[in-house]
Design a protein around this ligand. Structure first.
Ligand code: SAH
Length: 249
């Protein structure tokens, strides 16, 4: 009998932000294929004897190729196993969860998707940064700062994006932040536009850096991995809230 595949998001890094549904899937699975940015202690919920496979992808260095991951998922499901594939954050947001789901379904294997709390929203929220705010920002774009070089062309045009939305949330942008900031300035954004770099939210040693586009474009401020970078006026509002928070006993 054919097994099944569950593609699940584990949230931004804190085990308490893993959904109950995802936890159940972990408890019930025979094979767990997991990413680099998941809260590793949730693996302790695995059944005795479950097969644990690390498929972590580091920026610029892949431990396991995507094709290999898909092949393994299909192979194990064909052996009748229940497979869960764990992604950091949400599986469909820059996680290749959809591609995996499609590949599995096209082999006639049942596939379920469990959403996760995405770092795109949750990491800024850890430091009280709202993506939108009445009277300040009514739109938000979530974009990648790094694109697959094999695609041959770039998909995110930061110059055009500059004035198209109020808040820009950039994932996987740490290593290219200087270039991105310059492009946003070229696209018409003020050098003073506030920027928040949220590093390792909900993980060990989280960090918030408040800066602006001008400083980033000069290379005066850099970003570490993993970071969610927020560009826009909402950042200044968060600074007000954080000041109030710091005054609390
Ligand atoms: N599917 C994931 C994103 C995968 S891309 C999600 O929905 O969250 C990986 C990128 O996510 C990292 O380069 C970084 O930009 C961001 N990221 C993930 N977890 C993070 C965390 N805890 N703190 C800051 N950034 C994080």
């Amino acid at each position: 009998m054919v097994g099944s595949v569950v593609i699940a998001g584990t949230g931004p890094g804190d085990e308490n932000l893993v959904t109950i549904k995802c936890l159940r899937a972990i408890e019930e699975s025979d094979v767990i294929i997991y990413d680099r940015l998941i809260p590793m202690n949730i693996l302790s919920h695995a059944r005795n004897g479950a097969e644990l496979v690390f498929a972590g992808k580091e920026p610029g260095r892949h431990t396991m190729e995507e094709e290999e991951i898909i092949r393994l998922m299909i192979e194990r499901a064909r052996e009748g196993k229940r497979v869960v594939r764990l992604h950091g954050g949400d599986p469909f947001l820059f996680g290749r969860g959809f591609e995996e789901c499609l590949a599995v379904l096209s082999e006639g294997i049942p596939c379920e998707v469990i959403p996760g709390v995405t770092s795109a929203i949750a990491a800024p929220e850890a430091f009280l940064i709202p993506p939108v705010l009445r009277g300040v920002a009514s739109s938000v774009a979530i974009v990648t700062g790094t694109e697959d070089p094999r695609k041959g062309r770039r998909f995110v045009d930061f110059r055009r994006l500059a004035n198209a939305v109020d808040t820009i949330v950039i994932l996987m942008g740490a290593s290219r932040i200087r270039e991105i900031a310059s492009e946003l300035i070229d696209g018409g954004l003020d050098r003073e536009t506030p920027v928040a770099i949220v590093t390792r939210a909900y993980m060990e040693n989280p960090k918030l850096t408040i800066t602006n586009l001008g400083e980033l474009a000069q290379g005066a401020v850099t970003a570490e991995n993993p970071s969610v970078i927020v560009v826009g006026k909402v950042v200044s509002e968060a600074v007000k809230a954080l000041k109030l928070l710091s005054k609390q006993p």
